[in-house]
Design a protein around this ligand. Structure first.
Ligand SMILES: [Zn+2]
Length: 378
């Protein structure tokens, strides 16, 4: 992935939100977040915890049970093969579909001010992206396996597609940095609504309105101009000092503040990048000057921690599982879970089709009775 895609909502402001908290408190939390640069320290040929700084070195590190607090960071690359559309890439059907809304700029679709005046484009996109239409990928299931092997401390995701939850990774293990479709709130009175409540509106193309105040109800994904979930900042401060292996999957590592997370781990913590391109590397010249010292240190002579495993995310995750002796387990999980979801999703589709037919026939009745009424009056 070279550019952030639709499921990686880009450049959200590094702010925190909690009801009733003052901006001083927010500033304090952000300062603590920013100062948690455990990994960014001058390196004096520190010894590596890995036998060798390579893919096999990382595999051996896991097999030798030298890590038990793995943090995974994920971007859109883990969901690509699930068919989550990338609306930013020109030529994709979805991007094209948005043209009819005459958005002032493509990102307006995720702009909270724009949404307040015109929620329709967002809900059209939401229909294409809505959870329940997609199946998690082998990459998601590898993360679940890490959890089942008691190796996963936390999974941080930039994606809003909820596929981690669908894959069966428990909620308490997931930090959805850019929010989620899983819950929704009224933008006026903040009343909470569930995924199934929202789904009916989105799928039948009706703008969801609050039952109490008629305000528009918006899924809890983070828009431009909105705060990141407080859980994001709180979890980072608890988790990252404990991290003993960081695995970055399918992220372009360009979206702030998510991309700075690679620097929050202890300085001897190995970092594995699984991605199509080698991203997130620091500039050694700038680092030498003491400027922008953060980033991954591939190819630097003093690199004792960082490994890039380049290629398709799912292929690598399968190979990763194979090298760990978990391949058949992973393949079985993918096969069984996909079969289960297939059944569930086709049932849900039937229900939605029924509801659509119902509301269409209701509309027909209303319009035919009103035209009869008009005939009578004329
Ligand atoms: Zn309301």
């Amino acid at each position: 992935m070279t550019s952030p895609s639709s499921t990686e909502v880009s450049s959200v402001k590094p702010k925190v939100e909690s009801p009733g908290s003052s901006s001083d408190e927010e500033d304090e939390i952000y300062k603590r977040f920013a100062s948690l640069n455990v990994g960014v320290k001058p390196e004096e040929n520190s010894e590596s915890v890995l036998d060798e700084v390579s893919i096999d070195g990382i595999i051996k590190f896991i097999k030798d049970k030298k890590c038990k607090n793995i943090i995974t960071l994920a971007g859109a690359g883990i969901s690509t093969s699930a068919g989550i559309p990338d609306f930013r890439s020109k030529g994709s059907g979805l991007y094209h579909n948005l043209q009819k809304y005459n958005l002032p700029y493509p990102d307006a679709i995720f702009d909270i001010n724009y949404f307040q005046s015109n929620p329709q484009p967002f809900f059209s996109l939401a229909k294409e992206l809505f959870p329940g239409m997609f199946k998690p990928t082998p990459s998601h299931y590898l993360i679940r396996l890490l959890h089942e092997k008691n190796l996963l401390l936390r999974h941080y995701t930039q994606n809003i597609d909820t596929l981690e939850r669908v894959a069966g990774i428990p909620e308490e293990k997931i930090v959805e940095a850019h929010g989620t479709f899983y819950t929704s709130h009224c933008i006026d009175c903040r009343k909470e609504y569930s995924l199934s409540w929202m789904k009916e509106f989105v799928m039948t193309e009706v703008i969801p309105k609050c039952e109490d105040c008629e305000g528009v109800v918006k899924p809890d994904i983070v828009f431009f101009g909105e705060n990141l979930p407080p859980k994001f900042f709180h979890s980072i401060m608890e988790d990252f000092p404990l991290c003993d292996l960081l695995i970055i999957l399918g992220s372009s590592l360009v979206v702030q503040p998510f991309c700075t997370l690679v620097d929050k781990v202890p300085k001897d913590c190995p970092r594995l990048l699984i991605n199509r391109e080698k991203v997130g590397a620091r500039n050694p010249a700038l680092a030498f000057l003491g400027l922008l010292s953060g980033g991954l240190k591939f190819n630097e002579p003093q690199n004792t921690t960082d490994v890039a495993w380049l290629g398709d995310c799912d292929d690598i995750c399968l190979e990763f599982a194979d090298k760990l002796g978990w391949k058949s387990e992973l393949e079985k999980m993918v096969k069984e879970e996909h079969a289960r979801l297939q059944k569930e999703q086709s049932q849900q589709k039937d229900e939605i089709d029924e509801k659509k037919e119902e509301s269409a026939s209701c509309l027909k009745k209303v319009s035919s009775s009103s035209s009869k009424e008009a005939d009578k009056n004329s």
